[in-house]
Design a protein around this ligand. Structure first.
Ligand SMILES: Nc1nc2c(c(=O)[nH]1)N=C([C@H](O)[C@H](O)COP(=O)(O)OP(=O)(O)OP(=O)(O)O)CN2
Ligand SMILES: [Zn+2]
Length: 141
């Protein structure tokens, strides 16, 4: 997974959890600068999310690994990214997909009792291209 390469994010939390996932989706980038990517095509996206926190829940979890997968895989697998409401007014680039995945995970975490934080999202779109999204402090609202 993730070609065994995990760029780390510095933090001071007691616990750090990482979850790898993948999903297959189609997209197109309707920008005149996007060349061939203006045409609909597909990828198997590889995603890694890093979550940090100081306390665990009653089950001893920062968050159940399964809940993270469900939130992302269920939403995007075998879909056309351009059709999702979050990409109505922006292009489903690797950068903006990583940002959206961060927002989805962070919303999920904020609804838990122990409220951990999503510290990093890595999205690999092709064997040679990936993006890292790291939120700024002000993004945690
Ligand atoms: N900054 C970004 N650049 C590009 C994105 C993107 O999301 N962010 N996306 C694309 C295309 O969607 C394309 O599918 C991926 O491009 P690329 O990595 O160039 O794909 P290749 O497999 O052709 O890469 P090679 O290393 O040349 O084999 C384009 N750019
Ligand atoms: Zn693409």
């Amino acid at each position: 997974m993730m070609q065994q390469f995990y760029p780390s994010v510095p933090h001071g939390f007691r616990f750090e959890l990482n979850k790898d996932m993948n999903f297959s989706a189609a997209h197109f980038i309707p920008s005149k600068d996007a060349g061939q990517c203006q045409e609909m095509h597909g990828h198997t996206y590889f995603v890694n999310v890093t979550i940090g926190g100081d306390t665990v829940d009653a089950s001893g979890f920062l968050i159940d690994f399964k809940q993270i997968k469900q939130a992302i895989h269920k939403k995007y697998d075998h879909s056309v990214l351009n059709n999702h409401p979050e990409f109505k007014d922006k292009f489903p680039t690797t950068e903006l997909l990583a940002e959206q995945i961060w927002q989805t995970i962070q919303d999920l975490l904020m609804a838990t009792e122990n409220k951990p934080f999503c510290l990093q999202v890595i999205v690999r779109e092709t064997p040679t291209s990936y993006v890292i999204y790291r939120p700024r402090k002000e993004d945690f609202r």
